[in-house]
Design a protein around this ligand. Structure first.
Ligand code: NI
Length: 180
């Protein structure tokens, strides 16, 4: 049942991210995780053309390798190889020199896997295109927008609903670039 799989993944993510905050806020990182899972579930309710159980577990676990002490082996043992590989593709390779190279590399690895992994990446960036923290300089906001455009360009034929939603969020985000 998707509910039990959701709860199992959420418990794991909750324990792993317990000290992490959403950048620029006092909110626990599970806020971000819950929003990404929500985007995946709503997209599935609209389009119903991907594996919800797979996508939602990867959504909940998507930042565990990048941001916590979680290992690939741990994910492999608890959630299976398919999910572990999905999360791995969503994890940036920190040995690459620039942020842009890290993103392109991750997007290439995402595109080599099932569309559900691309769906999680779309949901992640949609979630992250909420109004930026006051503390973010215009330059940082611009870079973030450029990254979002790159993601939008590189992730094709994953899920039309989320692809369109990301495009709308990109348009909206341009409002936050104006000097205020
Ligand atoms: Ni994320």
């Amino acid at each position: 049942m998707v509910q039990e799989l959701f709860q199992k993944a959420m418990k794991f993510a909750g324990e792993k991210h317990y000290r992490q905050k959403v950048p620029g806020t006092d909110a626990n990182y599970l806020l971000h995780i819950a929003n990404v899972a929500m985007e995946v579930m709503i997209a599935h309710s609209v389009t119903n053309d991907f594996d919800l159980e797979y996508a939602v577990q990867v959504a909940i676990l998507h930042d565990t390798l990048e941001d916590t002490d979680t290992t690939f082996e741990e994910l492999n043992n608890i959630f299976g190889e398919k999910i572990a590989k999905g999360v791995e593709a969503l994890t940036k390779n920190k040995s690459l020199p620039t942020k842009r190279e890290r993103i392109i590399d991750s997007l290439n690895r995402i595109n080599a896997l099932e569309k559900e992994i691309g769906i999680v990446k779309l949901a992640d960036r949609i979630t992250n295109l909420q109004p930026p923290p006051q503390s973010w300089e215009i330059e940082k906001r611009k870079n973030y927008l450029e990254e979002a455009k790159l993601i939008s360009r590189m992730l094709q034929n994953k899920n039309e609903y989320l692809e369109n939603r990301l495009k709308e969020k990109i348009e909206e985000y341009k409002n936050y670039l104006a000097v205020n």
